[in-house]
Design a protein around this ligand. Structure first.
Ligand code: CMP
Length: 394
């Protein structure tokens, strides 16, 4: 398979059908392997189908090994830096960097996860481990799902961003824990010396109470112990509410930041905005949202009311008008006429290829008219050229 095709197939962010098909197969393979490992621990199933399950797990491990080798080959073939004439002195450096590329890739967390999926089961079997125990190593395969779960990376960034607040709450939690255990020890040691007779013993009660788990294996018997238990439970709820609040706010902020960055990249690819400078890109990024479509999808239907317009980032659309359809490509826009005139859509618009669009809702269209009159002037001029003269955005 050529490296370009391989790169698309293995790209976890690609929306091509081949990449999506590969991701689906990989997730199904992980699911199948983990199901095999789980049901293989039922003695009756292991006795009857143990050999078949081991065969399936080995086959899947071989598939993961092929994937690992393909990724390694791709890492080795990626280009390093420009190859212009002025950079002749850089040639040996680039050659060294090229030689080190596979090694550098092999040490990344994702590469180590891929290797962990491919090797342990066959190695364990070769080393003489029983097939039942070797199959258990397939549990490591769930780590492969991390590549398809952006939320894991997101969670890491949220924890990093919010570490001060989280550590602050954690310190409060530890203080409450130690105080609760000490007070419970003082209140209960006379009544229940076997469970509250030491602070380590009382600490178990304090953890179960502060986390509101409440196993009920240790229960205060004195009035002061019960009052203390009530206060500790309320402190526990407050601590977790704080933690949840910090994480939820962090997640929302990080998601907003990420969406802004992704949309920024798309907005910068539309010449209408990029030609007007970074201020325009920044302003428009807050107003536009990404919309991805496959080929032959209807975006606008003639005669319907219009509530948004579209800018084409990638792909192509067909505007179905008489006597001949008009094709619009990257940088083009459509759907503006209904917003300007307030009339129904003038034409049906269908995607001719997989297409990435940026959508501007009617309310934001009005906001843009006020904030960015220069953008609006271009849109009005084009709408007039296309056949409307009732140009008024406000
Ligand atoms: P609207 O009428 O809102 O919805 C259909 C869209 O097709 C229309 O806005 C224009 O953006 C677009 N359109 C209509 N006529 C033409 C044309 N002659 N050339 C290109 N695009 C057009």
């Amino acid at each position: 398979m050529p490296d370009g095709v391989l790169a698309h197939v293995l790209d976890p962010r690609s929306s091509r059908w081949s990449a999506r098909a590969f991701r689906t197969i990989q997730i199904l393979a992980v699911g199948l392997g983990v199901t095999g490992l789980v049901i293989g621990t039922v003695p009756a199933v292991a006795a009857r189908y143990g050999t078949a399950l081991t065969g399936v797990v080995l086959l899947l491990a071989a598939l993961f090994l092929v994937e690992y080798l393909a990724r390694l080959r791709l890492a080795a073939s990626e280009t390093v830096g420009p190859a212009d004439d002025d950079a002749q002195a850089e040639v040996p450096k680039r050659a060294a960097a090229r030689a080190l590329r596979p090694l550098r890739w092999a040490l990344t967390p994702y590469a180590l996860i891929d290797l962990t999926a491919a090797l342990p089961v066959p190695i364990a079997l070769i080393a003489g481990m029983s097939s039942g125990n070797a199959r258990l190593l397939a549990a490591l395969w769930v780590l492969k799902l991390a590549r398809h779960t952006p939320a894991i990376g997101l969670f890491g960034r949220v924890v990093r961003n919010e570490r001060r607040a989280l550590v602050g709450v954690m310190v409060g939690f530890v203080m409450a824990l130690v105080l609760a255990a000490t007070l419970a020890y003082l209140a209960e040691r006379g009544e229940q010396p076997e469970t509250f007779g030491s602070i380590p013993g009382a600490l178990w009660w304090a953890i179960a109470t502060l986390t509101t788990t409440g196993y009920g294996d240790q229960v205060p018997a004195t009035v002061s112990g019960r009052v203390l238990a009530g206060v500790v439970m309320i402190c526990g709820i407050a601590t977790f509410a704080l933690w949840a609040g910090i994480l939820a706010t962090g997640f929302a902020q990080e998601l907003r930041r990420q969406t802004f960055l992704e949309t920024w990249d798309l907005v910068a690819r539309v010449p209408l905005f990029s030609s007007l400078g970074p201020r325009t890109i920044a302003d428009m990024t807050g107003l536009l949202r990404r919309f991805e479509l496959g080929a032959d999808q209807t975006v606008i239907r003639k005669g319907r009311p219009g509530d948004c317009m579209y800018f084409i980032v990638e792909g192509e659309v067909e505007v179905q008008i008489q006597p001949r359809s008009v094709m619009l490509g990257p940088g083009g826009f459509f759907g503006e006429m209904a917003l300007i005139t307030g009339e129904a859509r003038k034409a049906t618009v269908v995607t001719a290829k997989p297409t990435i669009l940026l959508v501007l809702d009617v309310a934001d269209f009005r906001a843009m008219a006020a904030a960015r009159p220069e953008v609006m002037a271009i849109i009005h001029a084009e709408a007039e050229r296309r056949g409307t003269s009732k140009a008024s955005a406000s």
